[in-house]
Design a protein around this ligand. Sequence first.
Ligand SMILES: [Zn+2]
Length: 113
Amino acid sequence: MKWFNYLYRESLKHEHPKTVVVCCITRGGRILGTGFNKFKGPNSFGRHAEIDCLNRVTDGYGATAWILRRRADGSVGIAKPCKKCEAALREAGIKRVRYTETMKIEYGEEKYA
Ligand SMILES: [Zn+2]
């Protein structure tokens, strides 16, 4: 899955004691934007990756959002969007969301009709 591979590489550009979340939005095989979670401190998150990403995308209509969580030990964890991000993605016209689920890198999927 090339977008998850891309997100994993991007996640390595950021360090955090616990976890880095990266989100990109694509349409027609092109990246419209990429975002990261911002940190207030080691135990608190500021802006979520999905919101950071949406802020960089002018038109997300019909696009797909891809989300990956990398833990500090390099393993991949569940990156299902929270309710607030889910609502923001939906409002931006995002059609499909795919996110990492487990350390084995299975992929979850949600479709927004
Ligand atoms: Zn969120």
